[in-house]
Design a protein around this ligand. Structure first.
Ligand SMILES: Cc1cc2nc3c(=O)[nH]c(=O)nc-3n(C[C@H](O)[C@H](O)[C@H](O)COP(=O)(O)O)c2cc1C
Length: 181
């Protein structure tokens, strides 16, 4: 049992991967929202070090790059099917298309790779707005974004769609599921 967890508390693990930090920030906001409900113990782990075995509810999320979640997150779901199949699961993605396209369409487009590999009972799916600052990207990522911007005929320098409230709300929703099995 993780340190500081009382025997009767439900345990929630939020797993993420990130290139530039925004998905980690959202994972931490989700954790705050879940912890605000009071009866749950919450942990946040990078996918590279995550171990779902001691937890009851797994929330797992990825940023979207070139229309797909990161392979690390997709592979984690595939590799941990045996550890996830008796647990509740929630999936989320982070992307800058948020708000431009109806959410149902973004779920179909961007969450499908995760859904296809998620064992366990998928209780919730969410799409969050992301953050992009062209000046902070690696050369490879900046070139991709600049090519895309040229193709679309629009300048892209910075996009900030991060929303703490919606992430906290999702975390609270997850914690509420643990009250109503
Ligand atoms: C090279 C590149 C490709 C991207 N591709 C997409 C995409 O296909 N769809 C989308 O909505 N957002 C796309 N994004 C935006 C990212 O999903 C967004 O910046 C996200 O917040 C990054 O998360 P991170 O900071 O956790 O890595 C892309 C960003 C970069 C740099």
């Amino acid at each position: 049992m993780p340190d500081g967890v009382k025997g009767n508390m439900a345990r929630v693990l939020i797993i993420y991967d990130t290139r530039y930090g925004s998905t980690k920030t959202i994972a931490e906001w989700i954790a705050e929202g879940a912890a605000s409900i009071g009866h749950v113990a919450v942990a946040v782990q990078n996918v590279a070090e995550a171990d779902p075995r001691d937890f009851d509810f797994i929330v797992i999320g990825s940023p979207i790059y070139e229309e797909h979640p990161l392979p690390s997150v997709v592979n984690f779901l595939a590799a941990n099917r045996d550890h996830l199949n008796d647990k509740d699961v929630a999936l989320f993605v982070v992307c800058v298309d948020y708000g431009e396209v109806p959410k149902e369409e973004l779920v179909q487009r961007y969450v499908a790779d995760l859904q296809a590999r998620a064992a366990g009972r998928v209780r919730a799916i969410e799409v969050f707005g992301g953050y992009l600052d062209v000046n902070k990207l690696s050369d490879t990522d900046r070139n991709l974004i600049e090519d895309f911007a040229k193709l679309m005929g629009i300048p892209i320098t910075q996009v900030n769609k991060l929303d703490k409230q919606s992430a906290r709300k999702f975390g609270a929703q997850v914690a509420h599921f643990l009250e109503q099995p």
